[in-house]
Design a protein around this ligand. Structure first.
Ligand code: UDP
Length: 314
């Protein structure tokens, strides 16, 4: 297949590009590269790269030429960046997805796989221990609202014109080569530089961490699915942030002190008390369940990124 990944130079997109190439697919990446480029040299040599903005409709249509499938992962990401740029965030989501849909029609592409977010659940009450896709959601932030809008926008295109799509509600994806906008790489960096590990608030807030390899596997398994779907990509394990800090400190054998600092995100609506996702629907649809535990994932990051660096305090 020929596959377009919009946002393919980001953390998840670049890992997906590698896997698709490995599986024998032809890969096209469209990315503005504004907030970095995670494509390594080997991957760059094996893809066609369109450098530009997903808000540019003509460019998106051009990039999708001859493709069979589009992964739409282009987004403004990271709580701090999103909170500071609500208009850009909304524009990239809404205009970007409109353009991806236009590109699908212009190129006879019948399927879009879209990066939604578990952030959509915001403070939705957790029933039966996990968040399921059927729950009535109540997104609080502009980011989560835009993602929810796009899930429904894609539904309207399936209902009206039969365009297949899957919206993936990612639960705190983490792994090697992620940048420190997210909590896992940030705690790694702090531990390895012997700086205080900054747990926000009391650290009792929880997340469900999904390792990148499991995430990519789920993205691949959903390629052939027809219809309109929303699917959690979750590990079904609930970890509080204070314990995450302890785990990363242990893995890195760091002497860093764990400190509690004021939680800025409580004020801007981005903090969520609890998050744990059900992977039942993913299993039903694909037979695949994310299996890599947080401890295993943290060990893998340490092995891949840091173990042989002599400049670190470890
Ligand atoms: N967090 C923290 N210290 C940090 C960065 C994040 O305690 O230096 C917490 C944050 O308050 C949140 C969790 O880690 O509860 C996950 O944050 P992240 O920004 O990675 O993802 P999201 O909030 O979107 O789940």
């Amino acid at each position: 297949m020929k596959v377009l990944i919009a946002g393919g130079a980001g953390f998840i997109g670049s890992n997906l590009a590698k896997r698709l190439i490995h599986d024998g697919h032809q890969v096209v990446v469209l990315d503005s590269l504004i907030r970095g480029n995670k494509l390594d040299q080997e991957t760059l040599e094996n893809i066609t790269l369109f450098e530009g903005d997903v808000r540019d409709e003509a460019l998106v249509i051009e990039a999708a030429k001859g493709c069979d499938l589009i992964y739409h992962f282009a987004a403004v990401l990271g709580v701090d960046i999103v909170a500071e740029n609500p208009v850009e965030t909304m524009e990239v989501e809404v205009y970007g997805t409109k353009n991806i849909v236009a590109a699908a029609y212009a190129n006879n592409i019948s399927k879009i796989i879209y990066a939604s977010t578990s952030g959509i659940y915001s403070s939705t009450e957790i029933v039966d221990d996990v968040l399921t896709e059927e729950l009535l959601v109540d997104p609080h932030t502009s980011y989560a609202m835009a993602k929810r809008y796009n899930e429904l926008y894609l539904k309207s295109h399936f209902d009206e014109r039969g365009l297949n799509s899957v919206s993936l509600r990612f639960f705190n994806v983490y792994g090697h080569n992620q940048d420190n906008r997210m909590v896992v790489p940030r705690f790694f960096e702090q531990c390895l530089e012997n700086e205080p590990v900054t747990v926000y608030g009391d650290g009792k807030q929880t997340r469900d961490f999904t390792y990148i390899d499991d995430t990519v596997e789920a993205c691949i398994r959903l390629i052939d699915l027809k219809g309109w779907h929303i699917v959690n990509i979750a590990n079904e394990a609930e970890w509080c942030i204070a314990d995450l800090a302890k785990e990363i400190k242990a893995v890195t054998q760091s002497d860093s002190e764990i400190i509690h600092v004021e939680n800025e995100h409580e004020k801007n609506g981005y903090e969520v008390e609890r998050r744990i996702g059900s992977s039942k629907k993913l299993v039903e649809l694909t037979g695949f369940k994310p299996m890599i535990t947080l401890q295993q994932g943290l060990e893998k990051i340490y092995e891949k990124n840091y173990k042989n660096q002599t400049s670190t305090p470890c």
